[in-house]
Ligand binder design. Structure first.
Ligand code: NAP
Length: 239
């Protein structure tokens, strides 16, 4: 058996409930052909878990362990080839399912791992069985908790910044709510790509921290004239 975290059903309408967390014992998963067994070493949280507990997320499921992000070590494989490639490696688990071939977006029925009906596991469980194609080797320069924090927010920010936003060096970009997990990844990606980044936040400290991370400047969205202030910060010679 293994330990896992799920939400417990209580009475209440979506947005008004906050389902408690419950630790449960589940059978340790067994692997099928093409799969590997990963022992989870660290899992990260996203705002998604809060939305799930408030019943504000689509397709929530009280039986499926929570958690979309995780890092683990491959402890069992289903073939000699997979054993050679993966056994003993530290890996990042991809947070989505049904999206393999196109960078532009899901090509089939798409689901995010953890707490929902689309996938039978989450990362808030001790062991996960999953197809080897859903693994990436964890970068050696990151600690295990650092690597665990990357998959969902990092991928979301990457797609927003480059796949959808088509950001290029020299662009001026606005990232709203810079205290957010996705926003912080987008900031670091955009700065690394050579863009000039402006931010908004409800907190002066978070704007100051964003500037330490490379933002050009920022405004507080709680101020009534924030959009005017922002316009005043933009370079005058922009196209
Ligand atoms: N996490 C993911 O991987 C993921 C994946 C897909 C979609 N999303 C979606 O992306 C959004 C952000 O997710 P997250 O995980 O980054 O959430 P988060 O870490 O909770 O960040 C939310 C941020 O939104 C900002 N905010 C709140 N009120 C605002 C307002 N009135 N105007 C501007 N900004 C405001 C706040 O910024 P300040 O603290 O700076 O004030 C807050 O820190 C959510 O809608 C989420 O559903 C997230």
């Amino acid at each position: 058996m293994m330990k896992a975290l799920v939400i417990e059903k209580t009475d209440g309408k979506p947005g008004q409930v906050y389902y408690p967390l419950k630790q449960v014992d589940l059978p340790k998963p067994s692997i099928r052909p093409g799969e590997v067994l990963v022992k989870i070493l660290a899992a990260a949280l996203n705002h998604r878990e809060v939305f799930i507990r408030q019943h504000l997320y689509p397709g929530i499921n009280f039986e499926t362990p929570l958690g979309a992000d995780g890092v683990g070590i491959v402890v069992e494989t289903s073939s000699p080839d997979l054993e050679h490639q993966w056994k003993g490696k530290k890996v990042i688990l991809t947070p989505g399912r049904g999206w393999e071939s196109s960078e532009d977006g899901p090509e089939g029925k798409y689901a995010i791992v953890g707490g929902t009906v689309g996938v039978s596991h989450g990362t808030l469980q001790e062991y996960v069985a999953l197809p080897a194609s859903e693994l990436e080797e964890a970068p050696g320069h990151l600690s295990i908790p650092e690597a665990a924090a990357i998959p969902l927010a990092g991928l979301t920010a990457w797609r927003a910044t480059f796949t959808k936003g088509k950001l290029r060096a020299g662009d001026n970009v606005l990232i709203t709510g810079i205290g957010g997990g996705v926003a912080l990844f987008a900031l670091q990606f955009a700065v690394a790509a050579g863009a000039t980044v402006f931010v908004t936040s409800g907190s002066e400290e978070k704007i100051a921290r964003a500037k330490e991370l490379g933002a050009a400047d920022g405004v507080n969205y709680k101020k009534e004239d924030w959009s005017k202030q922002l316009k005043g910060l933009l370079p005058k010679n922009r196209p």
